[in-house]
Design a binder for this molecule. Structure first.
Ligand SMILES: [Fe+2]
Ligand SMILES: [Fe+2]
Length: 274
């Protein structure tokens, strides 16, 4: 069994220190193989916020893979517009614009669109094709996982315009190369679904795992949360841990197990081996 901790929308600069410490302590106990952060590590892409993010990530156990969010793009500095709006993110969080982690059981690709400083983004056809090729270059039975800040698929209560542009085309490309899981963030609202998709992609579906915000003071209608993803082929368990203010820790909110079924995507299962 392999364990991934999926954090998102940490928003250092407007984060809750008690929650930050609790995430650290819980991951220290859990010892995940990999910590994936799906963007918005900072609130306003300030230097001090990135330094907090860097120190926090380096304090966590396991390998790290982070992609940037719209809040991590620098627009201005005291010297005028930054020539490279991703400079701080690259310097202090993740130097590789296309980070990758793989071992015998999983492949995780991080995707950073060239321009994503607003709520709405799209991957260009060339960017989507590049991700597809990277996925295809690894042969199954690996679990193939893609991390990106903005969502490709959401529950029906969200509008189409809130998704990544050309989301269906891109999802079809990724699914054709066996993308099993998409890890996303941005809305500060978590959910996981393998079957409730607005897209019916023939022959394959991808489990969409949306993380809430782990530590932001702007948590919206859900408590702050992060995800634990356990991989035990052909099963994937997605456990959502939500903030419990009485206990001052994160406790299980939901836990769902999905079974990868060749040719028909994922089905819900009732148990996961521990
Ligand atoms: Fe955010
Ligand atoms: Fe965002």
């Amino acid at each position: 069994m392999q364990l991934i901790a999926h954090l998102s929308d940490l928003h250092f600069g407007q984060s809750n220190p008690e929650m930050t410490a609790a995430v650290h302590d819980q991951l220290e106990k859990l010892q995940p193989e990999l910590v994936v952060v799906s963007g918005d590590l900072t609130e306003r892409a300030r230097r001090g916020e990135f330094l907090q993010a860097r120190d926090f990530l380096s304090s966590l156990p396991g390998r790290k893979l982070a992609v940037s969010g719209n809040h991590d793009v620098s627009h201005w500095s005291m010297f005028g517009p930054l020539t490279n709006p991703m400079r701080r993110f690259r310097r202090w969080v993740e130097a590789d614009p296309a980070p990758c982690y793989h071992n015998a059981g999983m492949l995780v690709l991080g995707v950073n669109p060239a321009r994503h400083d607003t709520d709405q983004i799209h991957l260009t056809a060339a960017e989507a094709e590049s991700v597809r090729k990277r996925l295809c270059s690894f042969k199954e039975p690996l679990f193939k996982i893609v991390a990106i800040h903005h969502p490709f698929d959401l529950r029906e209560c969200y509008a189409q315009r809130e998704l990544v542009g050309a989301a269906r085309l891109t999802l079809e490309k990724l699914a054709s190369c066996g993308a099993d899981i998409l890890l996303t963030g941005h809305f500060h609202h978590g959910h996981a679904s393998g079957s409730v998709s607005r897209y019916q992609i023939p022959g394959r579906s991808t489990l969409v795992v949306q993380a809430g915000t782990a530590t932001s003071l702007r948590s919206g209608s859900q408590p702050n949360s992060f995800n634990l993803i356990r991989l035990e082929p052909p099963l994937i368990q997605v456990e959502v841990l939500g903030w419990d203010p009485r206990l001052a820790t994160f406790a299980t909110l939901t836990s769902n197990t999905f079974k990868r079924t060749p040719g028909s995507g994922f089905q819900m299962e009732t148990s996961f081996p521990h």
